[in-house]
Design a protein around this ligand. Structure first.
Ligand code: ASP
Ligand code: MG
Length: 458
């Protein structure tokens, strides 16, 4: 039998009404047998605050009672047996015990933090199973830690793929043949059975890994937006959901700042060529976007992504003129300070670059330490400019299509474009502008590329 894996994100499971809509989605499709869930929205963040160890005991109790309130609001609509009630109670009291222990201990522990984080998905999966059962579905709860074996790198554990495949065949497939199975995203267990997590937002990745292991025909990611949009609809109301997009294009979008599926999520689906559907559990009938290896359409312009808070570093040295090895020295200094370079353009005596700020909240500024700048200044002049935004046009054959430049420049004829990178990838063209022009620039480009029935995406 071919299965569809459904993954529901935190907002889709925020309360009983939201969970009921997810149940509708599961019940509407016979093939949807494996359900992977995130924690109900808000819960992981509360657990993160508990795991940091910075709360005192009273604050811990307060945070746990917020988690309890979220669960109770759902439970109020369910008929739980005493045993089920006790199970929920025992999970909540584990949260309290661990967080109080964490708050009293001198040092923070990633191991305890991971255990704490896992309760979000344990609770939501348990309650969602019950929602399905009360809707008449034969559904069973499955502890994903039985099959999702990982390294002991708490907070960013690496999944052991061979073990996953064989234990899914042994432990999960037999249940799937009979029941709908609800399990947890984001969490796993190491060799010593200690709970681990795969990194924030990891439940999409879990869904893709499990989908790969069960050999599913499609992975449906249900969230609160009906698909991947041409650009952020908060920037322009003209943005629309794409019917399809390739994994490569979607990965470019995520890298360049669009809040879509994280690229690493897509790897298991990409390797097995499993289509991934992204839709809204609020409006399941509104359609969504299919992400796949090969799309039917390959428009030059598929989407526009925006990444704010960019820092442009320009290094200049006359010594660079005809001198071998200058770039290597600049890059070596950046590497030594653990900085990864994002965009680069060069001229005879200058190099302009932006820093990859993935994982850094406040843009590039905080990455540029005094020590780094001093080292750079020994070999060149350094200019730093902030408050820039990176705009990425994403599509196909951008490097070999006629007229891309003229369309860009004519749409933005009065905008100071600071840096342009094009040619290394056929899927993108990136440039920098002043951040306060970002909204206007995106709206105008969107108009030029997607609203005039030209080569834009369908
Ligand atoms: N609950 C986890 C988080 O918020 C995992 C996920 O939702 O994907 O990061
Ligand atoms: Mg999520």
């Amino acid at each position: 039998m071919s299965y569809i894996v459904a993954k529901f994100g935190g907002t889709s499971l925020a309360n009983f009404e939201a969970m009921s809509r997810c149940a509708d989605v599961v019940l509407a499709s016979k093939e949807t047998r494996l359900v992977v869930v995130s924690a109900s929205s808000g819960v992981t963040n509360l657990l993160v605050s508990l795991g940091r160890g910075s709360l005192n005991e009273a604050q811990c109790h307060e945070a746990v009672s917020k988690i309890r309130d979220i669960q109770n609001a759902i439970i109020a609509h369910l008929t739980l047996s005493d045993e089920q009630q006790q199970h929920i109670e025992s999970l909540l009291s584990r949260i309290t015990d661990i967080s109080v222990a964490v708050s009293q201990s001198e040092s923070s522990s990633l191991e305890l933090a991971d255990e704490l984080l896992s309760f979000g998905e344990q609770l939501s999966s348990f309650l969602f199973t019950q929602v399905l059962v009360e809707r008449g579905e034969k559904a069973s709860w499955f502890d994903v830690r039985q099959v999702m074996r990982t390294s002991s790198d708490f907070s960013k554990a690496i999944v052991s793929l061979d073990d996953l495949k064989s234990s899914v065949v042994e432990k999960l497939l037999p249940i799937l043949e009979k029941n709908v199975v609800v399990t947890q995203g984001f969490i796993g267990a190491d060799e010593q059975n200690r709970t681990t997590t795969l990194g924030r937002g990891g439940s999409d990745y879990s869904a893709a890994l499990l989908g790969e292991a069960v050999g599913c025909s499609q992975i449906n990611i249900w969230t609160d937006v009906s698909g991947i949009f041409t650009t952020d609809p908060r920037i322009t109301s003209q943005a629309y959901a794409l019917e399809e997009i390739s994994f490569n294009e979607a990965a470019e979008m995520a890298i360049y700042g669009a809040k879509v599926l994280h690229p690493s999520t897509l790897i298991p689906a990409m390797r097995q060529n499993i289509p991934v559907f992204v839709g809204s559990s609020r409006e399941p009938d509104a359609g969504g976007t299919i992400v796949r290896n090969e799309t039917e359409s390959k428009p030059v312009y598929r989407a526009i992504a925006l990444r704010r808070a960019q820092t442009l570093v320009t290094v200049t040295s006359m010594a660079m003129l005809h001198a071998p090895g200058f770039l290597a020295r600049v890059f070596a200094i950046l590497a030594k300070h653990n900085l990864s370079i994002d965009l680069v353009t060069t001229s005879e005596v200058s190099v302009a670059l932006t820093l990859d700020d993935t994982g850094v909240n406040s843009g590039g500024k905080s990455q540029l330490s005094e020590a780094l700048l001093n080292e750079l200044k020994e070999i060149c002049q350094v200019k730093i400019e902030q408050d820039l935004a990176l705009v990425a046009i994403i599509g196909n054959a951008i490097d070999s299509s006629n007229g891309v430049g003229s369309r860009l420049f004519s749409a933005l004829d009065d905008v100071n474009i600071r840096m342009i990178c094009q040619g290394a990838s056929s899927h993108n063209l990136c440039f920098l502008i002043d951040e306060d022009q970002a909204t206007d620039v995106i709206s105008r480009l969107h108009h030029s590329m997607f609203e005039q029935n030209t080569q834009g995406a369908a």
